[in-house]
Design a protein around this ligand. Structure first.
Ligand SMILES: [Zn+2]
Length: 508
């Protein structure tokens, strides 16, 4: 029953299906005008303090089915069909999706054409029949997905030398496909790409189908675990897929530009031991597969896309960095599979949990395998911490990104600045309790989300102490508190910024 009033006085009795459909179409067309006149489509959000318009209230996505058709040129829009299966969590006259930077051809809701309009970065869908709370709903959007962006806007498609890759973090998945673009709404993904023969497609999860037809092939992948939109990955290129085995038979799969395969192998073969190292720290690897996607592109960052981390190929083949450093960055993205991916941030202000832990294991790996002192790195971070807080806010209350900034919210306060909070915590509660906390965190929130208050609560529970004041000062203070066990550590002047602080340029 439509809740949106429309100007048709009544429907003909007992319409034939064909006739009914024509009426429904007409009603949809008319209701667009009516909606626009009475209540303009409005962009909505889930209230994220850093990205107020990301995500949408009123529904929970269960799964995405993304279909892309790639022409062979990475400067042309892809044809796309996005199918969203969701359940409503409120009565809805309209469904807001996040989507910008693509042309929408049509929208269907539960098999019927639906009206749609754009409001800022939302696609506002008005179904013929309003939806009641607790209903399953299927939304199909036929649209384009354009890999070319204006100067002042980055991603999610990354144009590589031989095709495309994806980098949606934090807020640009909805520049690729319509979605509920917030990590608090995780869902299963099926990703299907049709590409000309000669190209190889890989996406998150395992392949389920490869269909060759004519001069094109359709590749289908499915995730074995729920995933945030920011972690989707689709690689299209002249690639070779390399297979090896990780601990307890874990399939490890790397995607490399075919012509760089030999040069990359000495790096890629390190992954299984790195996974074992991480498993010894925090427990079983949380997904069905892992591997590196070596993109022929200069992004200025690496990204922990789920089960298939995105790296710049040149960091390995033309590196100006020492070997231990490159390895520690590999471990940074690997650690994110637990911290950030399996356990997603509940809001973007919880980013410090992702980046603090990834930086922590990056630094710990460098200490254990290359004799790079964690304490020295933390002492240097302590020296800079007040300045990082002044520049970008304290770790758990970061300031919003500056408009047009390519760094966005990914600043030192949530990298070494947040690893410093973990170091302070370990100093405060001792190593055994800290290590139990780390394992319990990824176990308890596996395939879900975790917030700062969840982390504080669990740390208090495991250490059997009320750590509320401790975390309040370390996570929200304008100034860095004294370091437990190191009363001599002091803020340092700006000209003594530590070299370790450059790590975050590489470790998103
Ligand atoms: Zn990171």
């Amino acid at each position: 029953m439509p809740h949106t009033p429309h100007p048709l006085p009544s429907r003909p009795p007992a319409p034939s299906p064909r006739r009914f459909r024509a009426v429904a179409l007409l009603a949809s067309a008319l209701s667009v005008g009516l909606v626009a006149a009475s209540a303009p489509p409005t962009p909505l959000g889930v209230g994220d303090r850093l990205f107020p318009y990301l995500g949408n209230p009123g529904y929970d996505v269960a799964s995405y089915d993304l279909s892309f058709s790639y022409s062979g040129s990475n400067s042309e829009p892809l044809k796309a069909v996005t199918t969203i299966d969701a359940r409503t969590t409120a009565d809805l006259d309209r469904i807001n999706l996040d989507f910008a930077h693509g042309k929408v051809d049509s929208v269907e809701v539960d098999g019927e054409p639906a009206a749609f309009a754009t409001a800022d970065e939302d696609l506002v869908v008005t179904p013929e029949d309003a939806l009641a709370e607790g209903e399953r709903v299927r939304i199909i959007v036929r649209h384009s997905s354009d890999p070319v962006y204006p100067e002042d806007r980055q991603g999610g498609w990354v144009r590589t030398a031989d095709g495309l890759a994806m980098a949606n973090q934090a807020d640009v998945a909805h520049l690729v496909f319509p979605c509920n673009d917030h990590p608090s709404d995780k869902a299963w993904f099926t990703i299907r790409v049709t590409a000309p023969d000669g190209l190889t497609v890989v996406a998150n999860g395992f392949p389920t189908d490869v269909d060759r037809a004519g001069a094109a092939t359709t590749w289908t992948y499915r995730t074995g675990h729920p995933m945030a939109t920011e972690l989707a990955q689709v690689s299209i290129g002249r690639s070779t897929v390399l297979h090896r085995t990780g601990p307890h038979g874990l399939p490890v799969r790397d995607v490399v530009p075919t012509k760089h395969r030999a040069a990359l192998e000495p790096w890629l073969k390190k992954t299984p031991d790195q996974i074992t190292w991480m498993e010894n720290k925090v427990g079983r690897y949380p997904f069905e597969t892992y591997g590196l996607l070596m993109a022929d592109a200069t992004t200025g960052f690496e990204l922990e896309t789920q089960t298939l981390s995105l790296f710049e190929r040149e960091m390995f083949t033309d590196s100006v960095h020492p070997e231990w450093y490159v390895e520690s960055i590999m471990v940074h993205e690997l650690a994110h599979q637990w911290f950030g991916n399996s356990v997603s941030p509940g809001t973007w202000s919880d980013l410090w949990i992702n980046e603090g832990h990834a930086t922590w294991y990056e630094a710990l790996y460098a200490e254990e395998t290359a004799d790079k002192s964690l304490e020295a790195r933390m002492k240097a971070a302590y020296g800079a911490s007040d300045r990082w807080r002044a520049a970008a806010g304290p770790p758990a209350a970061p300031e919003p990104p500056e408009p047009g900034s390519r760094t966005g919210i990914f600043r030192s306060n949530v990298y070494d600045g947040a690893a410093l909070v973990l170091y302070a915590l370990r100093q405060e509660i001792g190593r055994p309790a800290f290590e139990r906390l780390e394992r319990a965190w990824v176990d308890r929130h596996r395939d879900g989300t975790g917030t700062t208050s969840d982390f504080v609560r669990l740390a208090s529970e495991i250490s059997r102490r009320d750590l509320g004041d401790f975390f309040q000062a370390w996570l929200y203070g304008e100034k860095t508190p004294p370091m437990p066990g190191h009363p001599d550590w002091k803020p340092t002047a700006a000209d003594r910024v530590p070299a370790a602080g450059t790590g975050k340029a590489h470790g998103e």
